[in-house]
Design a protein around this ligand. Structure first.
Ligand code: DX5
Ligand code: ZN
Length: 216
């Protein structure tokens, strides 16, 4: 499988969201990446259900919803109903992660688990078989436009080894600071999904950058 590209709308122009969504629809991007922040798990607040419902109505590609919120179990059904195709929760925010991933899958969505930069990959040893996606944060979550943490390459390797060791099928998603300089190494290292916010929406020609990210 060639890798997927998921533009993060966090860096999009919210005054002109419709145009940006149509651009992603017409581009070679595979998913929309939507960052939901609660101001508690991360020091920022982004957007919630009303915005996601509107995005869902216009988007022609799956919505990859990254929940940076505490106690996400309370809202899984609502994110699914708002249009989420993939729901990713943080390892650090879930006391009963096994139950949470099962609840996501029962809702009909794919289930993802995200790790902060400081969280060891090996903590997923007894749960990775259940995940459809593992998202490695390559910046500290909360903001777009930050610098890629180089140690992530090592975590991608470790995660690949873990996935093959336990014969799991989770896709590896890398989120934060992805640009045209590091994307080739992230993909050749084993990532299956590239999230890119600032690199896509901060560029004068986002369609072209998406094309380039698809072809690294
Ligand atoms: C950060 C978010 C990312 C962010 C990526 O907390 O999870 O998805 O939007 O943005 P860039 O690509 O600009 O680092
Ligand atoms: Zn994200």
């Amino acid at each position: 499988m060639s890798h997927l590209v998921a533009p993060s709308l966090l860096s999009a122009n919210f005054l002109d969201l419709g145009t940006q969504i149509r651009m992603v629809n017409h581009s070679e991007a595979d998913w929309f990446h939507l960052d939901v922040m609660d101001g508690v798990f991360v020091p920022n607040i982004s957007f919630g259900f009303p915005i996601i419902e509107k995005i869902s109505a216009l988007a022609s590609k799956p919505l990859d919803v990254h929940l940076m919120i505490i106690d996400p179990d309370r809202y899984i059904e609502r994110f699914r109903n708002a249009g989420a195709a993939i729901i990713t929760v943080h390892y650090e925010a879930c006391t009963h992660l096994h139950r949470t991933l099962e609840t996501i899958q029962k809702s009909g969505a794919k289930a993802g688990v995200a790790l902060n930069p400081h969280t060891p990959v090996l903590l997923l040893k007894d749960i990775v078989y259940l995940a459809d996606v593992v998202l490695l944060m390559s910046v500290n979550p909360g903001f777009g436009g930050q610098k890629f943490i180089e140690h992530t390459y090592h975590k991608i390797n470790e995660l690949q080894e873990l996935i093959s060791k336990v014969k799991a099928s989770a896709l590896i998603e890398v989120d934060g600071g992805v640009d045209m300089m590091n994307a080739p190494k992230i993909v050749s290292g084993g990532a299956n999904i590239l999230v890119a916010g600032n690199t896509v929406f901060g560029n004068v020609d986002p369609m072209k950058i998406i094309h380039e990210l698809k072809n690294v």
